[in-house]
Design a protein around this ligand. Structure first.
Ligand code: NFS
Ligand code: SF4
Length: 654
């Protein structure tokens, strides 16, 4: 169809510079023809505010807003006298507070479901993974031997509630932290008490006229971020595993080609797996399938996006259509009959694009409504009422499709569904899984170290490009990469989740991958599942041979295309846990300031990790590799790698 859908002239993007995702590029080009605007177009038209980007402004009271712009950041202060360090630290802290709140509130929703299941008030969800239930319970000191599942579950619920509500003491999962790391936290006074308390205190301290020492603010930042990583996020992951199953490796399809022209397509996009799980039940309901057939469809096709999509990909092999920067683009296919969203990373712009293409957009969570979208609330006591209604609307939309459909014919198979548990079995390959083989391969140098590459996509940089190039550079240098969220999807679209992609890895990593038949990058699921990386780090320390604390491990983290406050909270809990963490795109900080020095150096002196920043993917990768090598040297295992490399050369010579 040639005629424009909305009318206004759209300034075309230079696709070469916009994205490496061909499907997204194809749809953006179509959007331009149709006169439909996306976040990519808005980003091109609106320059980021340079003062805000540097975190050099404060609007915490109405004596301001104050802007501290000048060549020398110390030549000015706010009306109240706040220095640049105070202002940057407070802004950073508020990002941590908001990001941590998002993850912990998500975790709390999962815990709400769990409580109702345990009480027997919720029949549509069950405890699916009793093995995991027992493992999690035992890990925080709950007796599991010879006890009934519901007794253990009741105790677990009560313990985990403390993650949120406790006012004194340490959160339950602090018991999973390696001893020396926990000691460091205690010494620094940053062991979280309860998430609600930490977030509340951080908001208080960043109010006008309270905490005006950047070091003290940063301390509470660390405590709050840890309440996210080892608290809210970890609860979200563990409870989701208990209710819906711990992921095991599964072959699955990613990219827009998983939409089907002749079926009713439903996309679920968001973060909490309960909506998606019940949608899975609805689309498999024989009545609904029949209704779809009666409407002329060959079936109902359920597809995920963003993080709840990544969880469904991991747990059930449900196809995944794309990451954060593709959520508007996919509607441009015209093939999406309904999109259901819950919370987080849901662009308001979706409503307009959905309207242009006649797609039904449904909000389902009381926390997230969007003007112009229909709200059908998910009540966990009767979840099918919501999801069945969405299916019905999708079928009606299918029947009344008037506009031509264009689906990019691109899909990528790969192996997903790794977890802290399955890594044991993957590399162990024996009946009793353990981290010994991973540690051994790191010690003998075949694997140089482990990098967590995670996080968002952001239209301020070439979409997917930074993720893909950086990860390729890491694996080429024998760094095993673990991933979550939008980054996992970027690499899956680039074909790195196929075991055959091991040929892109260095000799050592390649050998390990080929021996066990695994891809050189391992996908662990959604962003809250970054907690799986924390558990994996803990296991590596406890297994032995790689130091006494997480800060000793030859590991590093990165979010090369981050955009959300959640990403800052994640970054900071990795830093506080002892991990060197590199961010791309931009960093909300001014060079040559005390606060910058604290985040990028000082925290390491306190026994924690530290922040890093670079825009270029190769530079980021080498910052991480250098750090990994530094840790190998400190552990005295740097020589082993040289031997492996010589062995390999010798073998090649033969
Ligand atoms: Ni994480 Fe998931 Fe993606 Fe970023 Fe958003 S979807 S929670 S925040 S954009 S990775
Ligand atoms: Fe300005 Fe201080 Fe008010 Fe911030 S708190 S807006 S720096 S006067």
């Amino acid at each position: 169809m040639a005629e424009k859908i909305t009318g206004p002239e759209i300034k075309p993007l230079d696709m070469e510079k916009t994205t490496t995702c061909e499907a997204t590029a194809q749809m953006l080009t179509k959007a331009e023809k149709d006169g439909v605007e996306t976040a990519f177009h808005r980003a091109a038209a609106m320059k980021a505010c340079p003062i805000g980007a540097d975190s050099a402004c404060c609007k915490h009271c109405s004596m301001g807003p104050c802007r501290l712009v000048s060549k020398d950041p110390y030549s000015k202060v706010g009306v109240c006298g706040a220095t640049i360090d105070t202002i940057m630290a407070r802004n950073f802290a508020r990002m941590v507070a908001s990001g941590a709140a998002a993850h912990t509130d998500h975790g709390m929703s999962m815990l709400d479901v769990f409580r109702e299941v345990v009480k027997g008030d919720l029949k549509d969800y069950q405890i699916k993974d009793t093995k995991k239930l027992k493992e999690v319970a035992a890990s925080i000191g709950i007796e599991v031997e010879d006890r009934k599942v519901d007794e253990i579950a009741t105790d677990l619920y009560e313990e985990l509630e403390r993650t949120y509500t406790q006012v004194e003491g340490e959160i339950p999962f602090a018991q999973r932290v390696p001893e020396k790391t926990l000691e460091t936290w205690r010494k620094n006074g940053i062991v979280p008490r309860g998430a609600m308390r930490e977030i509340m205190e951080l908001m208080h301290r960043t109010h006008m006229g309270v905490d005006q020492h950047y070091e003290n603010i940063t301390k509470q930042c660390s405590r709050t971020a840890l309440a996210d990583g080892w608290g809210g996020s970890m609860v979200a992951t563990e409870i989701s595993d208990i209710l819906f199953g711990t992921p095991t490796p599964v072959a699955a399809e990613v990219n827009m080609g998983c939409l089907k022209e002749n079926e009713g397509n439903i996309i679920i996009h968001g973060h909490e797996p309960n909506l998606f799980e019940s949608m899975l039940a609805s689309v498999n309901n024989p009545d609904k399938i029949q209704a779809a057939k009666d409407a002329g469809a060959e079936g109902i096709n359920l597809v995920g996006m963003c993080c709840s999509g990544a969880e469904m990909l991991s747990r059930h092999g449900i196809p995944h259509a794309g990451n954060f920067m593709s959520t508007e683009a996919i509607l441009v296919t015209g093939a999406v009959d309904a999109m259901g969203v819950d919370v987080q990373c849901i662009k308001q712009g979706l409503a307009k694009v959905a309207e242009c293409y006649g797609t039904h957009l449904f909000t389902t969570n009381p926390r997230c409504k969007i003007e112009g979208a229909e709200h059908i609330e998910l009540d966990e006591h009767h979840p099918s009422q919501c999801t069945d209604a969405i299916v019905d609307k999708a079928i009606t939309r299918f029947k009344n499709r008037t506009r031509p459909v264009e689906i990019p014919n691109i899909s990528n198979m790969g192996i997903h569904g790794f977890s802290a548990e399955s890594i044991k079995y993957m590399l162990g390959g024996t009946f009793r899984g353990s981290y010994v083989p991973l540690n051994d391969n790191i010690i003998n140098g075949r694997i140089r170290g482990v990098a967590g590459v995670v996080g968002c996509t952001n239209p301020r940089v070439k979409h997917d490009y930074v993720h893909v190039e950086m990860v390729k550079e890491l694996i080429k240098h024998d760094v095993l990469v673990v991933q979550t969220g939008c980054s996992q999807i970027a690499l899956a679209k680039a074909g790195l989740y196929r075991p055959e992609a091991a040929y892109l890895a260095g000799h050592g990593l390649r050998e390990v991958c080929e021996t066990v038949g695994m891809p050189p990058v391992l996908g662990l699921g959604s962003c809250v599942d970054n907690s799986r990386i924390l558990i994996a780090c803990s296991e590596m320390v406890k297994t032995g041979g790689l130091g006494d604390s997480i800060a000793d491990l030859p590991v590093a983290g990165a979010a090369p295309e981050w955009m959300s406050e959640k990403a800052i909270s994640i970054g900071h809990y990795f830093v506080a846990s002892g991990v060197y963490t590199v961010f791309g795109v931009t960093f909300p900080i001014i060079e040559n300031t005390k606060f910058k020095k604290l985040l990028f150096d000082g925290l390491e002196d306190d026994g924690l990790g530290k922040w890093g920043f670079a825009r270029d993917p190769y530079e980021m990768a080498h910052l991480m590799i250098d750090h990994i090598d530094k840790k190998r040297k400190a552990l005295g295992i740097d020589k082993a790698r040289e031997r492996v490399l010589m062995d390999m050369e010798a073998r090649m010579a033969l």
